[in-house]
Design a protein around this ligand. Structure first.
Ligand code: HEC
Length: 246
């Protein structure tokens, strides 16, 4: 029965794909780059196979479900889109989207411009300062280390790299590049409140996404605790070896 559903969606897509660009937010007509992006969007399987349900057919709704409503997705920078097209699961680990890395850079940039037009009414998240006592407490023990490593390797390593240096599989596509947490001098100047608030809300004008809706406060605190070890290789080595000082 499932194939029937996909066939139906694909058929709908072919019909809808022949139509003019959807009503995008804002009064201004599409710019030439956005127009090019729309052409890529309707030519590639994006529209016909999946997103037709969220652009042409259904009412703008929630982000839940298999295919998100592209008018409601969070605001992202163009370089975030680039990384996401090349390796979707390095950026969003549970994304069902296939890679579009075969597109030319030009087409990817145009596609990003079109998608940024679709969700341009979504307000940018405001960075909420976090008081130190609001950060869930985590022990400096092996269990917390391992739990933090799991969160980091799943959600952060695609950009920041498993060694925390910023060299994840899509890190080089971003500008600015992901933060290098092994930079002990930079790390020593940051407060936990600042780092925690960035992990929740993202960093403006960079590809750093907010994880406030994806991870629980405890998971974010564990990721923060874990990434602090990158700037302290001796402590990190101890944890890796399971050698904990009393
Ligand atoms: C899509 C790529 C991407 C992912 C995924 C990602 N980051 Fe980032 N991160 C960045 C970029 C880009 C910056 C900004 C670097 C800069 O401003 O120089 C950044 C910066 C940061 C900073 C420092 C803020 C600052 O001022 O630079 C922290 C802390 C951070 N990320 C934590 C995380 C954690 C924890 C995760 C996973 C839960 C994560 N990041 C996932 C790309 C990413």
């Amino acid at each position: 029965m499932r194939w029937l559903f996909f066939l139906l969606v694909a058929a709908l897509g072919v019909v809808a794909g022949c139509l003019a660009p959807p009503n995008v937010p804002g009064d201004a007509p599409l710019t030439p780059v956005e127009e090019q992006g729309w052409r890529v969007f309707s030519r590639e399987p994006c529209y016909s196979a999946c997103h037709v349900t969220s652009v042409a057919v259904t009412k703008p709704g929630s982000l839940d479900g298999f295919v998100p409503d592209l008018r409601k997705t969070p605001r992202r920078t163009p370089d975030w889109y680039l990384a996401y097209f090349v390796d979707p699961r390095a950026v969003l680990p549970y994304s069902p989207m296939p890679s579009f890395g075969y597109l030319s850079r030009d087409d990817m940039k145009a596609l990003a411009a079109f998608l940024r037009r679709l969700n341009y009414e979504v307000p940018a998240p405001k960075l909420k300062p976090v008081a130190p006592e609001e950060i869930p407490r985590t022990a400096k023990d092996f269990a917390s280390y391992r739990a933090g490593r799991k969160v980091f390797d799943t959600y952060c390593a695609g950009c920041h790299g498993e060694t925390g240096s910023g060299g994840g599989s899509v890190g080089h596509l971003l500008s600015p590049e992901p933060r290098d947490f092994t930079d002990a001098i930079w790390m020593s100047k940051q407060t936990e409140s600042y780092l925690f608030s960035i992990i929740a809300g993202g960093k403006a004008n960079t590809a750093m996404p907010g994880f406030g809706n994806i991870l629980t406060p405890m998971q974010r605190a564990l990721a923060l605790r874990y990434l602090e070890y990158f700037a302290d290789p001796v402590a990190r080595e101890r944890m890796e070896l399971g050698f904990v000082t009393p």
